[in-house]
Design a binder for this molecule. Structure first.
Ligand code: MTE
Ligand code: CO
Length: 423
């Protein structure tokens, strides 16, 4: 910025504050009409009075400072420390379907490790003809695939089982991200090693201290599982498993092993900690459901929502949200403004794709009265997302994981929204 521009800046800023207030009034009335001169248009602005930044200022870009509140957040009381912990994607502030890696939720059992590509090894052993070890460069030489999938932690919405608790879509539904992965199909690597006829399961583990070991049926391992090294076109970020992670489409996030180091072909599952004492659901009668791998269809209105209130008053309102299913694709989303009494079909931004997030919109003319806003997802298996009451009837109240119930936001006449339950 030139010195001239700097000396002009303070007075212009004062001027702009006034203009912003006047502008807001115009929008509330409907479309903004060019009735009175708007200094943002008629005056030469600070940003046009000097030079911008050069191309050498930002070798790798971060979001502009005005978007600095669109970040992952955690819930302090949820975990004892930030190492074995979780944070949440700011889904209330994103649009489209692809989650930028920089704000995609993280879940680590023993922290995010730094593992250089040169030090990376992937071993395939157990019931195979030839045990193999791959370097990162070896993996790059196998035929590659690009696919978009959501990854949802089984604990997503877990804090909402007993009642409405956290005030924001980021916290109630933000243990999810959706990325385009590039990698090699696990099937290709398993075929390279040659699976023995007795092989029925694979046990996958990571290179971090927790290892996060999980058993996966061979059928799934040979189906659509990816050994991925790129996400959204760039290398995986450290926190998402650099240099290589497993992508297990539609199945709970815990199975998406990061820093993948070993795949052992076995004739039975390991019954590891992560698949027995964790990620299982204890029913009312004390019996626990296990092998609950597939994430059932689910949706949430991301805006308006508690962190994304309506600021423009009544009139045209874009209601939007996300829907997904681990059992296939989203075929439709219904939206209710009255707590589930009546439903309208939302518009899907694009037809649902297999095990990926779908964006929906409902464009309404809001009359300014309060709403009990809900979304209900339907998937290609014919499944319809249940209400909280329906889910509790089947699963009781002991569960933490796999809560895919319909969410309600109470949108008040002033545009603010709150997390509530309807009975
Ligand atoms: N893999 C390893 N090696 N260590 C871990 O702690 N956490 C799991 C899974 N893979 C974990 C792991 C859990 S519970 C989830 S929900 C996903 O990674 C989260 O992936 P993300 O951190 O990229 O969002
Ligand atoms: Co998880």
């Amino acid at each position: 910025m030139s010195d001239d521009a700097k000396s002009l800046a303070p007075s212009r800023r004062q001027f702009l504050t006034g203009a912003a207030a006047a502008g807001a009034g115009a929008v509330a009335a409907g479309a903004a009409r060019a009735a009175t001169p708007d200094p943002l248009i008629t005056e030469v602005q600070e940003w046009a009075s000097g030079l911008g930044e050069g191309v050498d200022a930002t070798p790798y870009g971060m979001p502009i400072q005005f978007e600095s509140d669109v970040v992952r957040r955690n819930v302090e009381w949820l975990t004892a420390d930030t190492i074995s912990s979780i944070n949440f994607t700011p889904i209330h502030a994103l649009d489209g379907t692809i989650t930028p890696q920089g704000c995609a939720f993280e879940r680590h059992h023993s922290g995010a490790i730094e593992l250089r590509k040169e030090d990376y090894r992937l071993m395939i052993n157990g019931l195979v003809e030839t045990p193999l070890v791959f370097t990162y460069e070896d993996l790059e030489r196998f035929p590659r695939e690009n696919r978009v999938y959501f990854c949802e932690c089984a604990a997503n919405s877990g804090m909402e089982w007993a009642g409405a608790q956290l005030n924001g879509a980021q916290f109630t539904h933000g243990m999810i991200h959706n990325m385009e992965y590039s990698g090699v199909s696990l099937r290709t690597l398993l075929e390279e090693a040659g699976v023995s006829p007795e092989g029925k399961w694979v046990y996958v583990e990571g290179a971090d201290a927790s290892s996060n070991g999980r058993s996966i049926p061979l059928e799934k391992a040979m189906d659509d599982v990816l050994v991925a090294f790129k996400a959204n076109g760039e290398a995986l970020r450290k926190e998402h498993g650099y240099p290589v992670r497993l992508v297990v489409p539609g199945w709970e996030g815990n199975m998406w092993v990061k820093w993948l180091r070993r795949v052992e072909v076995m004739d039975q599952p390991v019954e590891s900690r992560e698949e027995t004492s964790k990620y299982t659901d204890t029913l009312a009668n004390g019996v626990s459901r296990k092998w609950t791998w597939e994430m059932d269809a689910k949706s949430v209105v991301t805006s308006p929502s508690p962190q994304a209130p309506i600021k423009h008053g009544k009139g045209p309102l874009v209601i939007t949200g996300l829907a997904w299913s681990g059992r296939g694709s989203i075929t439709g989303v219904d939206v209710s403004l009255d707590g589930g009494k009546s439903w309208q079909e939302a518009r899907l931004a694009a037809p649902g794709t297999d095990k990926a997030l779908t964006r929906f919109y409902l464009d309404i003319n809001w009359d300014g009265s309060e709403m009990l806003l809900q979304a209900r997802a339907k998937d290609s298996s014919g499944y319809v997302q249940p209400t909280k009451a329906q889910l509790r009837e089947v699963r009781g109240l002991n569960s933490i994981y796999h809560n895919n119930a319909i969410q309600t936001w109470w949108v008040k006449a002033n545009g603010e929204a709150e997390n509530v339950e309807v009975s």
